[in-house]
Ligand binder design. Structure first.
Ligand SMILES: Cc1cc2nc3c(=O)[nH]c(=O)nc-3n(C[C@H](O)[C@H](O)[C@H](O)COP(=O)(O)OP(=O)(O)OC[C@H]3O[C@@H](n4cnc5c(N)ncnc54)[C@H](O)[C@@H]3O)c2cc1C
Length: 493
């Protein structure tokens, strides 16, 4: 049994050692301490377990466990004697240059929201993060530059089983909305275009079918879309109808006794150049009500033309859709969509995800900027050591942390079925404004390199502009919240 002073000294030493180590070293060190401090009191074991849990970065641990068998390694380490352990510890310490000190790890989750997730949820988050970093990140700058979509990503995404995450049945995982948000953040943290592709397919298109489709329609489409065998798009916006499309929708549908005939144009429709099915919203010429249709790509009256020369989300294949006497059977009309209120239900469900995307975009930019400032030296010192640069970094982090905690609560409300339009709108407005501030500061601390694709920040700066406008602009979402809190609608009728 150790005496109290020795225990205090032990934890003092442990704490000091941990503070000076990066996360991988901490894991290794704690594994060592675990195996070498037997026999240990129950108190010691509990305390060590807590310390281990606090300091383990599961992301790193997951990576390490892919290359070594952790339980076996722990067994082996337990057999080392004191001298061997000291040697190993020496090896684990990073060799420092003269005058250099160990730098803290780069982690945009400053308030450790990840600790609020279950082990399975955290594992899924890290699986998506590793996938994005290892398999998607190497592709994005080149594709962004060429305005091309990396189709190979679709096949790779299949193994993650994250499509249609919150839906029940039809092969969907049925996980909390919180996880859908966490995953949107993880994808956008690496690339906003890919997260938009994913959000349009899994959120807007599948969500329309899930909320507004008949049982037969759900059975036909959702299982195939969940497996990414069929890709979806969502067509609401029109060349002349953006924010006000609910009132000024020009795309029409008319039942001719046998089929529905659709005419009109849609603009900005993501994934539409290659989607198998596009959910098209159109105004019924007879009832004046908005209805939804599942338009298949092979339909002769359907044409999708890629929009060129965008300065944001260049990977996303946005299209102008033209519908000319496009014949749709009644069986492909969304059976539970009979007014714009039904369209709005879909948008309410997905708007929270867009707020999470804004968080992911800001997080990606902040982490890239922080990394850069630690490496980049001017006047003989890393620029991260200058007060004015630290001011930018801390402003970025405070914005990011406020955004993260806000969307976390937003998703909790959604999971408790308490989410209102104004909840989602407030988060969309706030997060997209803060995101713009974060990406512009990130661009600033990179100096000239902030406008080069190679450093990633330029892409976040450009892509943030699309998030800022889609799924409800700042003005429209502000009007929604303003109406909710004052009781007066400031929308023009
Ligand atoms: C990259 C990208 C991807 C998109 N993907 C899709 C998609 O997949 N499917 C889809 O259907 N749509 C999509 N959209 C369309 C998007 O939802 C619209 O761009 C958005 O709703 C705004 O419409 P608008 O661009 O026509 O702007 P407008 O509605 O013309 O607005 C112009 C300006 O006027 C302001 N404004 C408008 N009305 C008011 C008012 N009453 N009071 C005060 N200010 C007002 C707006 O806030 C904005 O600042 C996408 C857009 C982009 C940029």
């Amino acid at each position: 049994m150790k005496r109290p002073l020795e225990i205090v000294a032990f934890f003092g030493f442990l704490k000091k050692s941990l503070e000076s180590f990066n996360k991988v070293q901490r894991i290794k060190y704690l594994i060592l301490r675990f195996t070498k401090t037997a026999p240990m009191s129950l108190f010691g074991k509990v305390k060590n377990t807590i310390n281990l849990l606090k300091s383990v970065d599961l992301n790193q641990l997951a990576k390490i466990s892919q290359t070594i068998d952790l339980p076996e390694a722990m067994d082996a380490l337990g057999n080392l004697d004191e001298r061997q352990m000291k040697g190993l510890m020496k090896m684990l310490k990073t060799k420092k240059k003269k005058g250099q000190h160990n730098l803290p790890p780069i982690d945009g989750d400053f308030y450790n929201l990840d600790l609020k997730l279950t082990t399975e949820q955290r594992e899924l988050q890290l699986k998506v993060r590793n996938f994005m970093e290892d398999e998607v990140k190497p592709l994005v700058n080149d594709h962004w530059n060429r305005a091309a979509f990396p189709f190979e990503v679709i096949d790779k995404f299949k193994k993650l089983n994250i499509v249609g995450l919150p839906y029940e049945g039809y092969g969907c995982p049925n996980l909390p909305f919180l996880m859908e948000g966490i995953i949107a953040q993880e994808i956008a943290r690496v690339d906003v275009s890919i997260s938009t592709f994913f959000g349009v397919h899994s959120g807007l298109a599948m969500g329309s079918i899930y909320l507004c489709g008949s049982e037969e329609q759900k059975q036909e489409w959702l299982p195939q879309m969940q497996k990414l065998e069929k890709i979806g798009a969502f067509g609401l916006t029109e060349p002349e109808g953006g924010s006000g499309v609910s009132q000024g929708m020009e795309t029409t549908c008319k039942f001719d006794g046998e089929n529905w005939i659709l005419n009109g144009q849609k603009k900005w429709i993501g994934n539409a150049t290659f989607a198998d099915v596009v959910v098209i919203w159109a105004r019924d010429e007879d009832s004046n009500r908005v209805k939804g249709f599942l338009v298949r790509k092979e339909n002769p009256g359907f044409k999708a033309e890629k929009m060129e020369d965008k300065m944001a989300l260049r990977i996303v294949q946005n299209a102008i859709i033209t519908l000319t006497e496009c014949k749709i059977p009644e069986s492909d009309r969304l059976q539970k969509a009979d007014s714009f209120r039904d369209t709005a239900k879909v948008l309410k469900m997905t708007r929270a995800g867009v707020a999470w995307q804004a968080v992911g975009c800001a997080r990606g930019a902040y982490e890239s900027a922080l990394k850069y400032t630690k490496k980049r030296e001017q006047f003989g010192r890393p620029i991260a050591s200058y007060q004015l640069i630290q001011n930018h970094l801390v402003e970025m982090l405070s914005n990011l942390t406020a955004m993260q905690t806000m969307v976390f609560r937003l998703s909790e409300l959604q999971d408790q079925e308490l989410l209102t339009d104004e909840h989602a709108s407030l988060a969309k407005v706030y997060c997209s404004m803060r995101m713009r501030d974060v990406v512009s500061r990130a661009r600033e601390v990179l100096g000239g390199n902030g406008i080069l694709l190679e450093y990633d920040v330029a892409r976040f700066v450009a892509d943030a502009e699309a998030i800022y406008s889609y799924e409800g602009t700042k003005e429209i979402n502000t009007l929604i919240v303003g109406r909710a809190i004052t009781g007066y609608s400031a929308f023009v009728n």
